[in-house]
Design a protein around this ligand. Sequence first.
Ligand SMILES: [Zn+2]
Length: 353
Amino acid sequence: MKKTSTRLADGRELIYYDLRDDVVREAVDRRPLDPVATASEIRRDRLLGDSVAIASHRQGRTYHPPADECPLCPSAGDRLSEIPDSSYDVVVFENRFPSLAGDAGRCEVVCFTPDHAASFADLTPEQAGLVLEAWTDRTAELSHLPSVAQVFCFENRGAEIGVTLGHPHGQIYAYPFVTPRTDLMLRSLAAFKETSGGRNLFDDIVAEEHAGERVVLEGEHWLAFVPHAAHWPYEVHLYPKRRVPDLLGLDEGARAEFPRVYLELLRRFDRVFGEGQPPTPYIAAWHQAPFTALEGHAGINRDDFALHLELFTIRRTSGKLKFLAGSESGMSVFINDVPPEAAAERLREVASS
Ligand SMILES: [Zn+2]
């Protein structure tokens, strides 16, 4: 893998990740861009104890451009995109319309492939492995920024999820605080450690699921299952079998096997609603240990956290979406119409032959 870092015309950082070591990336961004004006502000909700990023500058962002104006395709002739070069393997750059910026964190875009019409599930194992390298490298680099407490790599896929650019890409949010979901997990971890005589809650959950009926896919290094209390109609949690706190902790075996396992999961997601259905909208979310001191979680350190990926779709059944309505949005109580055992069975049925 070769990494080349450069700057766009407005000063934002862009990094090429190439499979071949002899690739030279010298193209210059020729667009007349104004400096990025961002005004992210983190406001604290004192009743709920969580934070909201107020980012009014995002209202002007690119919204469903035609394919020939895609900002994530390589530049071609006079058609200048966010990527100055005429090709790339995987590329990461700072978002021009970030939700988090400056002291309030950082937002990056990860282009998985130069092929506009592809999806992550279409990638070769080599290319999916390169994306994993990029996620890992960005996690390491962003963890060194003083404003960053937690690094979140994720993909929103499909217009139903609110994706405004069709080009296959994901995002990285580097938050200046520990997110509420991670904080909840750390609380559960600390409470369980104290009451169980020092056991690790992640280890217990993975062991129980491994022995249970909701396993979807198992490799030598990875285990995928539908969790006992799945919130979403089809939801899969993917854990490395050896617990590590973040992507940096994965060993060579787990890295090498990841593309095969993850590509198979994504392909099953696209088959779950039957042949001829439009691609399944999904969110793929990497959970990593924060890089900040874990105040308020007595007896827990970041090595107790278990890196894992949560993959879920908001589609309930062909043509029907699960909306976050009164109970979910108003009270944070999910109602899931698909029993997790049935979801796991369906996800095994649609395995690649
Ligand atoms: Zn494109």
